[in-house]
Design a protein around this ligand. Sequence first.
Ligand code: C2E
Ligand code: CA
Ligand code: CA
Length: 663
Amino acid sequence: MATTALDVGRKRATLAWWGIAAVVAVFVISGLDWVGWATGADELTRGLQSWPQMPPWTAALLAILGVAVLLQTGRPSRVRVGAGCVMAAAAGVLALLFLVEYATGRSLGLDALLFPDAVADLPDAFPGRRPSLQAAWSVLMLSFAACLLRLDRRWSQVVWPWALAAAVIMPLVTLIANVFGDSWLKGGQANTATVGVGLLISAMVLGRPDRNPLAWMVDRPDRWPLVRLLGVLAGLPLVMGLSRLVFLGIGVRGEAMWVLSIAVTTTAVGAGAFYIGQRELRLLLEKEIASGRRADSERKRLDAVLANAPSAISVRDRQYRYTVVNDAFCELFGQDSVAEVIGRAEADILPTDVVARSRRADVRLLAGENFFEEEPISRADETLTVLTQRFALRDDNGAATELVTIRTDITHRRKALQEIAERRRWHDEIAAAIAEDRLLVYSQPIVDIASRDKVGEELLVRFRDRETGQILPPSGFLPQCERHDLMPVIDRYMLGRAIELAGRGRNVNVNISGRTISDDGVMTEIFETLKSSGPHIDEKIIFEITETTAVASHAMAKAFSLGMAGLGCRVVLDDFGTGYGSFTELRHLKLYSLKIDQSFVRNMLNDADDERVVNTMVFIANSYGLSSVAEGVESQEVLDRLAELGAQRAQGYHLGRPQPVVW
Ligand code: C2E
Ligand code: CA
Ligand code: CA
């Protein structure tokens, strides 16, 4: 489970309470000591009958330090920290005076100030009524540590644990001496004072769980540094005992033995502690550098992702000011750079209608709703369809601190979806029209100009609307069929009708689109259908492909015309003259005739150019051995002129309008 800031906070609060309890214990020890001195209750000044007495000065100094620590526990004000330092400094100065007394061997008279009657019986000689040398030393070190308790400088954070360590070392040595029962140090320091010093150290350490050594324990999942430290401390009596034995063995005794043993022990333990400290420091530094680097690269990666994200991402604080935006956001709202947007208010950047929608959304967001909508955003002259997601960033207490908006331009996706829906609609529409016989077949006669006989008919498709019953011409639905790839369906249907009519002995022209001839599957199917449609059917069917198709898909058109010639079907080049190609390009097609486009024919009597074109086309057809058909013949005059020009066939309103085919 992830440790949250809240967990760490709770842990620290608990630790602080233990620290206060330790200080209270110091007060109790000191208080009992003073009561002992005041009332003559000897055991209260010792703790245990066999223990040395704690002088009233030691109790006083420990209590003053206790107050100094207490003042600085928790979240102290500057005044409390100042007062704590003053108290600690006072204890330190007093301890220093006693140490001066020890060093100079002269009494300053301080010792007789507290409970003079009670301490009168104690010997004048050192330590006498004074705190022991060890206690004075510890108090001096503790006063440093207490002064540095709330000073967070680099050096103070290093000096602080060393001051604590220095404070603990002497009482520990005394404790060991007491344990070993050596006469030289016995009685030098009260065990109660040792306990008091230990409690004060604990209180200070517990008050600063963010500092080493406690920081290791609180923040590190493994307990190894602590175990090692305890190992070193546990090694202290061991080293002490061993060196004592060694020195006794080589004949060093008394004071000299103790001084040398202490020197060896403190050196060994100090070296161990130093080694562990350095190692931890190095690990800590490495960890910090690594996590710093990781944070750095993660930040860079996030920036890169944001910058390259196709969606416009923005984060606003509760004052509606932007804290994060990306390039896509700037592009969407016409801003020059990310830097120009950061720190500015939403209303400065967004168009008014977007701000209004955003505010309405915020109300719902803050009420805990998820937000997901499509919104229109105008940019220059286009309106984009944007998918907008919003969510609130909340802190541990569930309060919304920032609002995140991600806008994705789905204009293209929307169009594509519309296209797909449209395509599906048209496929269904045409399938239904076929099933319900609403795809109608009209027919227009084709006449031989010389004999004026009907020699054939062109089949033309019509569509009857289901609702209105209206009959649509090809221009009303074929463009959609082309767009949605439905031309093969139409062409197959019309070919089916053409085969039926051919089966009844009629000569029919059927139109076939470029899309159909380019589809191998459909073409195979058409060839198979024609092959199996019975005798003499093929020769009655003429396919019309437009010049545009033939030019655009020349290879397909060639394959088609050859394939059809193989079956016996004829192919006509429709709308001749509109394909913007020269006929020489199309000479490899296997064609039966050229169908001159109606745009040249209709007006040929009034437009000399048109007439010239028609004349040329008839000439081309003749020179390639093809017949020519003129479309769009709307008058007898045109028909007569076409006869003069030598065209073979004609089609047009004058000869017959497209009518529902008569079966
Ligand atoms: P198209 O193949 O050139 O067909 C001739 C068009 O000219 C027909 O229009 C016909 O009604 C019209 N027309 C005939 N004579 C005259 C005239 O004297 N004056 C005028 N102004 N127009 C005349 P429609 O039926 O509207 O068809 C238009 C186009 O739709 C056709 O042009 C053809 O390209 C396509 N089409 C029609 N039916 C089919 C079909 O079944 N399959 C395929 N692929 N296309 C078809
Ligand atoms: Ca045609
Ligand atoms: Ca035509």
